[in-house]
Design a binder for this molecule. Sequence first.
Ligand SMILES: *Cc1c(COP(=O)(O)O)cnc(C)c1O
Length: 496
Amino acid sequence: MDLLYRSTRGEKQQVTASQAIIKGLADDGGLYVPLSLPKLSVEPEALVGLPYQEVAYLVMKEFLTDFTEAELRACIKRAYDDKFDDQAIAPLVKRDGQYFLELFHGATIAFKDMALSILPHLLTTSLKKNHVDKEIVILTATSGDTGKAALAGFADVPGTSIIVFYPKGGVSPIQEKQMLTQKGQNTTVIGVEGNFDDCQTGVKKMFADVKLKEDLAAHGYQFSSANSINIGRLVPQVAYYAYAYACMRAQGELKSGQKMNVVVPTGNFGNILAAYYAKQMGIPIDQLICASNENRVLFDFFQSGCYDRNRDFILTSSPSMDILISSNLERLIYLIAGESTEKNAAMMAELQTKGSYTITAKMKEKLADFCGIYADESEVFGVIREIQERSGYVIDTHTAVAAAALKKYCDNTADQNPCVIISTASPYKFARSVMNAIDSKYDALEDFALIDELSRLSGVKVPKAIEEIRTAPILHHTVCAKEMMEDSVRNVLSIS
Ligand SMILES: *Cc1c(COP(=O)(O)O)cnc(C)c1O
């Protein structure tokens, strides 16, 4: 019997995992969730000592039950290979007396590689299984990180092409160069004269455009999205929590049966939801500490039970967490509402119309596994400096939000569980903020001088992802007005 998926908003139709991956979002706007959360088929102890790929297989096979063993293993093999600069794929390191799960050893040195390196393979396999013979066109709007990770994941994957829109002038110089130097016959990067919202609105409009859809189909194309709400991005993320547990046991940091806490720097709520799924599968996780930056919507939600996006949007040094609507939270709301699609849909409708909703006291009780904490900019910079001074280890600004949150947690509770800090980006990706936190004198250096200084200071070799863009040629030159996004897509695909 296959595990089936349903929409969090009540649409009747149930789909297989591969169909959910192809569709991304349900037609009623809901997110696909499994009818019941699966359990691991082996004891957590049996994971100790296994390579990452094997742990990933044991976790993912429980969610993607309509994939054959050969299909799933092939996807995993193609994703988690020497694109990663560490054989462990997601090494668990102990520095400064703390545990860090480093999720930044992939092609674009941020944790989105963990899912986006396998999504293209899951998607192409799903298409074959469902006899879809169209070429898939991935459309993505990016504020910087997702675009590059998706480009790297889909580059030269047969049967797909990818078009990324980013706000011209709205991303960092390094992020822009990372995207504009992207190789691959099937990749297109377009700068939009507008902000991120303009890019996102333009992409959403194209997804909803029936005429465009028909024209695409007539030319053998079909749109899809690499958005973080796709179940094909969520499921691969469950794997590294199982792997983190296995590493903690293997390294003697946890006793048999002892639980660990995880501290997750959170934006869209995908990463920490994967931790929750891992816990439900049977991985010995106790507390899930949800770390926010100054955009503390989630902190306030865990405090009061009210999710309220009506507030100023704050630009911080951890831009990938500057988010006011955490899309994946909907999957948790659905669960704590007793898997009621009706109650969930009502709250999401309120979020749409009023910008806020409040959960019931009974629902709030079910959030006992979570603890929301936020860190302001001075705490974030402080913790980067302290850890560097004490141990020489340099962490990025997003990871630092988690490290600062953990510090507050330890100050305010008597909890003795070992805590794993989820490290979501390489410090090289946010070198300017990181170096400024350590000493303001570095601000005088230009980008690549700063990179070299970071390497000297941390003793960590400059990653390939950064080294490459020093000299790589710019391959993408298109810039368009925000009203011209659809024309650009038609152009790229030669559809009149
Ligand atoms: C996307 C991202 C996050 C936030 O992860 P969510 O799954 O959206 O909560 C944190 N850190 C970095 C570096 C990211 O790129």
